[in-house]
Design a protein around this ligand. Structure first.
Ligand code: GDP
Length: 187
């Protein structure tokens, strides 16, 4: 698989214009989106991982095999971000989700240890009110023991069936790819 970083931008005019379908990754800061992208493409450092939440307000585009883009949307819910930055974030993401005609699959990532948090529920309501389907990923599942995992997945199921995922073990990679492939075949 050939995966390449294409650009990081917060300006819709700069989004790729070649019309390839896009798979977007949403989630709170630090939820593990970069690690997920790296695991899906089997590279350790395609997407930049960090322990510093809220480091970027840009949208990152990665081209996968010349066939589609993985789109890493800036993480939300970073409490220390200034209000102006939060508003900018909302505007950028809403614009992307609403206007991007090439957008195909939306993955909403949440930390399996935390489940649905307020900002996740806000996003869920926003997506559903605009008829945007999405798939939920329960990330960092390796941090839970069996019993905790059962409880966590049960709680997340209250609103949506989650795909358990671990960047550490690679659990879930196949299922996430299957969901992507299925959508590409339909379109
Ligand atoms: P992002 O801000 O959403 O892109 O999150 P990152 O991918 O940068 O991950 C944030 C932190 O969580 C990093 O320290 C990662 O090493 C860690 N992390 C991400 N995914 C996993 C996972 O599946 N398991 C474990 N144990 N740690 C993870």
């Amino acid at each position: 698989m050939k995966a390449e970083f294409v650009k990081s931008t917060n300006s819709p005019g700069q989004f790729p214009a070649d019309g390839l379908p896009e798979v977007a990754f949403l989630g709170r800061s630090n939820v593990g989106k970069s690690s997920l992208i790296n695991a899906l493409v089997g590279q350790r450092r395609l997407a930049f991982t960090s322990n510093t939440p809220g480091r970027t307000q840009s949208i990152n585009f990665y081209r996968i095999d010349g066939k589609l883009y993985f789109v890493d949307l800036p993480g939300y819910g970073y409490a220390r971000a200034p209000i102006a930055a939060k508003n900018e974030w909302a505007e950028l993401i809403e614009h992307y989700l609403q206007e991007r005609s090439t957008l195909s699959v939306k993955y909403m990532n949440m930390d399996a240890r935390r489940g649905w948090m307020e900002k996740d529920l806000d996003l869920k309501m926003w997506l559903e009110s605009r008829n945007h389907p999405y798939i939920v990923i329960a990330s960092k599942i390796d941090k839970l023991n069996q019993q905790e995992e059962r409880q966590s997945l049960q709680a997340i199921r209250q609103y949506a069936e989650p795909l358990p995922f671990s960047a550490l073990s690679g659990r879930g990679v196949r299922e996430i790819w299957q969901a992507i492939t299925k959508t590409q075949q339909r379109s």
